[in-house]
Design a protein around this ligand. Sequence first.
Ligand code: FES
Ligand code: FE2
Length: 348
Amino acid sequence: MNKAERRAKIDARVKQGLLGRWYAICKSTEVRKDRPYGGKLLGRKVVLWRDEDGKIQCIEDYCPHRGAALSLGEVHDGNIGCRYHGLVLDGTGTILRVPAMPECAFEGRKVNEAYAVQEANDAVYVYIPSKERPEPPKLQLPEEFTSKDWTGFLCTAAWQANYQLALDNLADPMHGCYLHASSFTLAFGAKQDLLKLDNHDNGFHVSRVGQVGENFDWVEMVVEEGGLYCRLDIPYPPAAGPGGHMRIIGFVTPIDDDSCKVFFWRMRMVTGTAREAWRFMYRAALEPRHWHVLEQDRIMLEEMTDAAGRRDMLYQHDLGVSRIRQLVLNAASEQVDFEIAAELEAAE
Ligand code: FES
Ligand SMILES: [Fe+2]
């Protein structure tokens, strides 16, 4: 493989999303025992359902008979049945029955790819294997998910923008005081500043130099072996009741080259009656305001051109943006080089 071919492969991997990672795909409540859920990530269509024990199964959303979407089918005794001619597969991707054709030779064959699944904090995660890491590493989750002091709500949305734009947006604290200037929570702070970046063993922290606690003033990107997420704080005005700032824990999942799904946990460190007060107020009054802010991000990203960022004129405030791009590019290069080496070895 020549240099240009290698580079094209790496660019395609960056655009599609890294393999060998856990990705959030949907809310836990969306996957049920009585009907399948169809989703898409990194260009692959998958179907999820719960078996008799309530455990989530996930295989390619593809019927091996003639290619119907299994997500249009039914769950029978913990297995998935195709709506078109009734073929039944289990959670390992093995054909159990071909009811229209007695003693069909296809029964017992494992034909569909099956994916590892994990549920955590109201979300479902799917592992997309890579050549170098076919088996899933531990799913690393933020400590807020298991802490008794934090409480929160998961919100998800599909955006018609490549996932890289959503990552760039999260790594860019300077947009808060501009894009969200008319919002309930992000209307404050200076409109000029410098940014600084600190690298950590697992990711980096980018923050405004001139202010803390006034706006979306810092973000931490956590890059673990099997995934990537971010945390940031949004100051909460006194009108939002007792408790400190609101913390956002964000995950981004590539759907395909032109769309992604964002998973944001809106969390607060509040206990006792203050917790109940905030949870009530969130549902009763605050949630639409938070959605309004997120819509501003969605519209901005969906209307953006040049998703690859090749014509960007980055300046000092884009330290986080260039760092996250670099991390993804490095990981994609490693992945592609491993694949090239494995192919060469196989050919020898
Ligand atoms: S396409 Fe699924 S059973 Fe025919
Ligand atoms: Fe934003």
